[in-house]
Design a protein around this ligand. Structure first.
Ligand SMILES: [Fe+2]
Length: 182
């Protein structure tokens, strides 16, 4: 018997997960599964695997079009996701979700070549997400207890866009989800 929140999350993906992931070639569900599987094969904790699976859940919680970011609209999905998850999940599953957009801005500032390697949609959204971090923002970001998890999640996020990959079913992540609940 699944926890009601786990069931609610499975239903959200079932009902809304087939929308496309921004301007990329995968659906929201495929993107989430690829990201979570990358976390799992890198031996991430259950909380970080859960964060990877649910990092874009904010996109499933609003009614803006899939390509909102192409039109210069910031849907603030990381904050919507945080608000939803924080009621039910431990901090280790919530903070990397909240920070995954900031982690992109951080990597653009601290890792040579990172910005150039971003996909076109990701470069566009960067601009209205605040652009590259300045030094003060970098230092503040590194003070967050979960910033390294957020950076790891971000790297998996960037890779989780392969239209030819077959991922494990979402049910294979229910144990990780349930052990991350408060
Ligand atoms: Fe993502």
């Amino acid at each position: 018997m699944l926890h009601p929140i786990t069931q609610q999350i499975l239903d959200l993906f079932e009902n809304n997960g087939s929308s496309m992931y921004g301007g990329e070639e995968v659906t929201q569900l495929e993107h989430a599964l690829q990201c979570a599987e990358l976390a799992r094969i890198h031996y991430a904790t259950d909380e970080l695997v859960t964060a990877a699976l649910l990092h874009d859940i904010g996109h499933l919680l609003h009614d803006l079009p899939d390509d909102a970011s192409d039109n210069g609209i910031d849907d603030m999905h990381e904050l919507l996701g945080e608000k939803y998850l924080t009621q039910h999940f431990k901090l280790g599953a919530v903070e990397p979700v909240k920070l995954h957009v900031q982690a992109k801005r951080y990597l653009c500032a601290t890792e040579p070549g990172y910005h150039e390697a971003l996909s076109a949609p990701s470069k566009i959204s960067l601009e209205f997400q605040g652009g590259v971090m300045d030094q003060i923002e970098v230092e503040a970001f590194e003070k967050n207890e979960f910033y390294k998890d957020a950076v790891a999640l971000r790297r998996w996020d960037d890779l989780a866009k392969d239209p030819n990959l077959v991922s494990p079913p979402i049910e294979s992540f229910t144990n990780a989800i349930e052990s991350s609940l408060k």
